[in-house]
Design a protein around this ligand. Structure first.
Ligand code: PHE
Length: 455
């Protein structure tokens, strides 16, 4: 055990920690889900509620996972097991790993689509009338070969990064990918906001509409904040096991949450001004990014087609980078697990994860049209993965983690991790504990029951 601790990998710098963890948080959820939900649910009011959810619920849950991971100095399952000390609470860690593992395959499929669109933009295939874009996406996602191939390619890229280790792989890649992502985002925001009538989109996003507030808006904001911060998937816990004992957990969680919120809001400023400038009403989900937006960019910049072409290319590049950094963190959850639990090398563990998640991804992808056998109870396997991981496992793992840290784990351990063994003042410790003991579990319970239509 001692040997294992001394050999353990770690991030090399504070910046590396922030960028890698923010890379996990900033993903497809920021780019398509957040802007749409904000626009549909009262604009600025939704954003305000969202920010409150992040501050009061997201950050404490994030800190709790950091505490488990940094204390354990091991993969998610082992870290929970260590704190659980032989009690059944250890199950939470295994559930976290399983959630991360299952979601990797399905997230890789969507990431693969992004990559396919980068390719299509480069090859000049992304132009035509609105019908064309719809047809293009439908035939791509239901194709039995192409999306599977792109899923394998993006998982292969993830493998190459992960295989190089925490510092030379994950940290180095995040230090390159995250700034690039940010620059691309700013370039597209500026291009989009300079379009005629762009202000209509800005208004859609920011105009407060108090009449829209109801329990759906609250629970929607809450669910989105958890998903967006990568809570309850094992990622935060795994990354925290690579933090140093000097890392200020509260400060890091706050910085990561701020980056995540800023990217989400900027994504809105990238999408809506362009959409409103050409009078296209924004849709939700995959159809927004893969059908509506290519069409919007083409129309919005039709005066200078090269710019339209470039913006579209940059947009899908940005999306692929955002997806890739999240995929890396998801892949790492299972890689760390197999490496340590099977006592094998990092390479072998990573290969095992890549191959098995590629198989899951292929099944998910085929369920969308390539092979009808993967449809159960009218839902394709792809939707089942989304449902089981996001709506069942995520709230259960999040809820149990709060109860575990708030009520079960010795508060001295929690306090030591929170204050870096007395180094930091710990001014907010009691407030944090209060949130984790009472407020977070109740809030998560509500989202859970609401998502299952029980309340
Ligand atoms: N937070 C990511 C997003 O916003 C999704 C994600 C969830 C990534 C869980 C990793 C783990 O898209």
């Amino acid at each position: 055990m001692t040997n294992h601790i001394t050999e353990r990998a770690s991030f090399g710098s504070k910046l590396g920690i922030i960028l890698a963890t923010a890379g996990s948080a900033v993903g497809l959820g920021n780019v398509w889900r957040f802007p749409y939900m904000a626009g549909e649910n009262g604009g600025a009011v939704f954003i305000m509620i969202y920010v409150v959810c992040v501050l009061l619920l997201g950050i404490p849950c994030m800190i709790s996972e950091f505490i488990v991971g940094r204390h354990g100095q091991a993969n998610t399952a082992r870290s929970y097991r260590l704190l659980a000390g032989g009690t059944p609470w250890a199950i939470i860690g295994y559930m976290g790993v399983l959630t991360g593992f299952l979601i990797t395959g399905y997230y890789a499929v969507v990431s693969g689509w992004c990559l396919q669109y980068v390719w299509a933009s480069l090859a000049g295939h992304l132009h035509g009338d609105p019908e064309y874009f719809k047809e293009y996406f439908t035939s791509l996602s239901s194709d039995p070969v192409k999306p599977v191939l792109w899923t394998v390619i993006i998982l292969g890229i993830t493998y190459l990064i992960i295989e190089h280790g925490v510092r030379n792989g994950i940290e180095r890649a995040s230090k390159m990918l995250m700034p690039t992502l940010f620059i691309l985002l700013l370039v597209i925001v500026v291009a989009s906001c300079l379009l005629p009538d762009a202000w209509k989109g800005v208004e859609f996003l920011f105009k407060p509409d108090f009449s829209k507030i109801d329990s759906d808006v609250f629970l929607g904001a809450l669910g989105q904040s958890f998903y967006s911060l990568s809570i309850a998937m094992g990622c935060l816990c795994t990354y925290a096991s690579y933090f140093s004992k000097y890392t200020d957990l509260t400060k890091s969680a706050s910085q990561i949450a701020i980056i995540d919120c800023v990217v989400a809001i900027l994504a809105g400023l990238m999408i809506f001004p362009a959409a409103f400038s050409v009078g296209v009403s924004p849709d939700s989900g995959p159809s927004l990014i893969f059908i509506t937006l290519p069409n919007v960019f083409q129309q919005a910049f039709s005066a200078v087609p090269v710019v339209g072409y470039l913006v579209s290319l940059l947009f899908f590049l940005l999306l692929s980078l955002a997806a890739l950094t999240s995929l890396i963190s998801l892949h790492e959850v299972s890689t760390a697990f197999f490496e340590e639990e099977l006592h094998t090398t990092r390479k072998r563990a990573a290969l095992l994860v890549t191959v098995s998640t590629a198989i899951i991804g292929a099944f998910c992808s085929l369920s969308l049209g390539g092979y009808k056998g993967f449809v159960y109870f009218d839902k394709p396997l792809f939707d089942w993965f989304d449902f089981i991981t996001g709506q069942i496992f995520l709230p259960i793992v999040g809820f149990l983690t709060c109860i575990f840290i708030g009520w079960f784990v010795d508060h001295k351990i929690v306090r030591d991790e929170f204050t870096n063994w007395g180094e930091l003042s710990g001014r907010f410790f009691h407030f944090y504990l209060f949130l984790v003991k009472y407020v977070c579990p109740l809030a998560i319970l509500f989202i859970f029951l609401h998502q299952l239509d029980l309340i």
